[in-house]
Design a protein around this ligand. Structure first.
Ligand SMILES: *Cc1c(COP(=O)(O)O)cnc(C)c1O
Length: 384
């Protein structure tokens, strides 16, 4: 098969399954409204859970950071790209989340790849929740370690896999809040099973950080655990972009030697670090608490309304409120109907989610108003 045939067949298979992915160019995509072709939609698609991507103090911090440091960092942090702005952010993160050290990465995807690649050896086993994010499963798959997946949130299955004989080390991998389902992992039980097997626990809290817990400290803080490795990302609740690994001082030193995504990649712009620091300050303040309260009220409003009209809501109590539809074509049709009525909702299809579980992934944010939820529920009522 030639390269061209491979490409043509790959595309044809996706088209045939109603699974072809396309990108929609928007004029504005984060915040309460999504604007496309001059038209305004209520935006139920972004991960900007607290509405902070549009926060004036955070936008200003980015501008001021750029004026002070310039547009880019100029190099890897190992060369000349690690500035005071990066150092201050790392120290603030470590202090906020109760870890000795934090290391910044350009994205959550890169952080997960780097950590798993740097740690794992052939004799090891990675035991991951089977619904873990692609960045975690891909990294584990391509690592020299053995990958086993446990049934979603099933601690007994996890413990059984951990009990199998092993020569090397075991790394348990899960998420705080799952990206496509919105449910939370039973972190305390998972931490306990991991400890019993003398393994290490890595939790990716991309969707929990900033959004849940006192001061927005996230899922681990809510469930009162301190995993050996905590991944937080800044593109969702934090409203910016980037990620950090929270860990011990020695692991941070080890990653500084062996995390290739850190060593061989340009550090994030200092201005971005400044903006993330400003976002952290908002999240930890009374304003952050108010935004979380507002978000939770909107989530409750949506769930009560959806249940009242017999929509199949899941058990998720997070900002991610999926409506599982099943078939790809029906899911796409529903998303199109919602758009026709001014609500932008993304249809999520396999392979992002398991076959037969295509869904509308509705995300709520503190930037929404109660009338947005009412409107969404009305349209869903008419369409479903
Ligand atoms: C979004 C996401 C990532 C990727 O983070 P980016 O910073 O967007 O690369 C990693 N893990 C989980 C669980 C995510 O939802």
């Amino acid at each position: 098969m030639s390269w061209q045939q491979r490409i043509d067949e790959g595309l044809a298979a996706r088209r045939q399954a109603d699974a072809l992915r396309t990108r929609q160019c928007v004029e504005h995509g984060a915040g309460r409204w999504l604007i496309r072709d001059g038209q305004r939609y209520r935006n139920f698609s972004s991960n900007d859970y607290l509405g902070l991507s549009q926060h004036p103090a955070i936008v200003r911090a980015w501008q001021q950071g750029a004026e002070k440091y310039g547009a880019g960092s100029g190099g890897s942090g190992h060369v000349s790209g690690y500035t005071l702005a990066h150092q201050q952010l790392e120290e603030a993160l470590a202090d906020w989340l109760g870890y000795p050290r934090a290391l910044l990465f350009i994205s959550g995807f890169a952080a997960n790849q780097a950590v798993i690649a740097a740690l794992s050896k052939k004799e090891d086993r990675i035991v991951a929740d089977r619904l873990s994010h692609a960045s975690l499963l891909d990294a584990a798959n391509s690592s020299p370690a053995e990958l086993r997946r446990f049934v979603h949130n099933d601690t007994a299955h996890l413990a059984a896999l951990l009990a199998k004989p092993i020569n090397g080390e075991q790394l348990v991998v899960t998420e705080g809040v799952f990206s496509m389902d919105g449910d939370s992992a039973p972190l305390a039980d998972i931490a306990c099973a991991t400890r019993q097997a003398n393994g290490w626990l890595m939790v990716d809290d991309a969707h929990g950080i900033g959004v849940c817990g006192a001061e927005g400290r996230g899922s681990c803080h809510v469930q009162q655990i301190t995993p050996d490795i905590l991944i937080v990302t800044f593109g969702k609740g934090i409203g910016v972009s980037g990620a950090a690994v929270l860990c011990s001082a020695s692991l941070a030193d080890y990653l500084t030697q062996f995390a290739r995504h850190l060593i061989y990649s340009t550090n994030m712009p200092p201005a971005q670090a400044t903006a993330i620091s400003a976002s952290l300050a908002v999240i930890r303040s009374e304003e952050g608490a108010q935004r979380r309260l507002k978000l939770n009220a909107l989530i409750a409003q949506f769930r009560a309304g959806a249940q009242a009209q017999n929509l199949q809501v899941t058990t998720s109590d997070s900002a991610i409120q999926p409506l599982i539809v099943g078939e790809n074509s029906r899911t796409l049709h529903l998303a199109a109907q919602l758009r026709a009525h001014g609500c932008w909702v993304t249809a999520i299809r396999p392979p992002t989610v398991p076959p037969g579980t295509a869904r509308l992934r509705i995300t709520l944010t503190a930037a929404h108003e109660p009338e947005d939820i009412e409107q969404l529920l009305e349209i869903l009522h008419a369409a479903c």
